[in-house]
Write a protein that binds this ligand. Sequence first.
Ligand code: ADA
Length: 574
Amino acid sequence: MERMFQNHEVRVSRTIEGTWDFTVVDEPDLSVQAGQSFPYRMAVPSCWETHPDFSTYQGVGAYRTIVNIRREASVRLIFKGVSHTAHIYWDGVKVEQHYNAYTAFDVVIPDVRPGEHTLIVAADNRFSEASALHIPNDYYTYGGIIRPVVLEELYSPYVRQLYFTPEYKSGVWSAEVCAVVSNPNDMERTVKVIGTLAGIDFSLGTVTLAAGAEKKLQKSFAFPDVSSWSPEEPSLYQLHVRLYEDKDAGSSPLDDLIERVGFRTVTTRDGKLQVNGKDVVLQGFNRHEDHPMAGAALPVSLMLHDLDLMRDMGANSVRTSHYPNDERFLDLCDELGFLVWEENHARGLSLEQMRNPNFVWQCEQVNREMVEQHYNHPSIILWAILNECASDTEEGREHYSRQLGQLRALDASRPLTFASHHRERELCFDLADIVSFNLYPGWYTDEDPKALCEQARAWADRAGGAGKPMIMSEFGGDGYYGLRDKARVRGTEERQADIIEANLAAYTSSPFLSGMYIWQFCDCRVTDATGWLLSRAGAQNSKGIVDRYRRPKLAYDVVKRYFKGSQNVISNES
Ligand code: ADA
């Protein structure tokens, strides 16, 4: 399933799910096709680690499937996520290569004749200098086709992308609608672009496209009768844009694209964060896309289960640490009214790692793909970059400045932030709209959370963050599921519950905070490596409030008490 709603009524489009042939190869080159045998069957989407022969495999895996095309068309393949580098072959010819597991990419193959065609995807999840962002880390870089693959048959110009930007003025909602129309054909075409939203029909105009050309059409329209999207009432609308032959007034549409949108604004004012003009306090979790049975390829039922558990604890927000998430998860957040902090892909890169010659283009590509692909989700209320990287150095600051500038140019409608652990040494707070701190009082230090958070406010005020909203973006401590001890020693569920209690007591009573995110929702698999990762017993980060199988730890009820605001409720577990 591609999304949580139907994307087309006109375009011929299908997901190519199921099982594909699979094998491992040394290198992702064309040799995978010449007489290559594919002895395994692998589910698509999935991570190959869920297959018993590949539970720790790091290398190249090649997937093969046969697709049937009904009539001559341009074929568009959309890969929602291949981890981490994809090499795409169509009938033996390499047609695309893409880096980064957590953003989508597409390829259009012109003039495909009817009949059977062979699609091969070689996925590479090795660590090397070629990969600046997927590195040994405190989460796991799984391998394979981890998100859906979509095949579209295009017979005419098509709507490649829609961007919807709501605005609220003098008590009325309006929105700018932008359609990106592409012509994959080898001759010039002229099409009319018509849209419908909330029962209102509108025209974006007529466009003439040379062979292979692409153009943007955008206009603003008033939508006087719509309801706002809010966490309490997450009202969603279908934005349906269709293309028509220019000359033929009564013709049926040539192509269409449906997006699902919501009307809401996000602002920062007086040191606070507002949704629809109302101050909000984000209470939620950092979450990795990780599950012991599914790796990073969670089925929708498990995504929803995670959100249900978060909601049960009273959370209103989730941070997609540390990469853009599966669109279907974001669709669920839209439906349930969760407020989402989405961030680009980077965790804990030192200055030396940021000097990797691939760092700049790989980050810029992820930033662009993240914003373009997820622009229309009303649930996403802020973008973030570069979790805990070298923002305490002048050289690092240049990267923060360039990337935040890039995000602002791509989307001026959402505030920007980054999570810092540099305390008083932070140099980049002036570049962001919101200041965010990752601090672990009670775990990595023995400071008092309340005093530390007040001190953090003062650090921010002195370092360019004065007057900006502030978020405690990470706090928590390890708690090994099932490890209990009256002495409440480090690593027990009891100690974790104490740490969470102390932190939440401090932050829920600090009126200057606009948010808090517990590290983390669920335990997650991490790279099984030497160095500092050796401290991760069982090759997992065990700071989850639920374990990898989503079994609640003692801290679950503590979170519930604080997030639901009823600190006197007696815990079931005691
Ligand atoms: C960091 C980091 C997280 C995680 C956490 C921890 O702040 O951002 O990804 O590694 O610490 O558990 O130590």
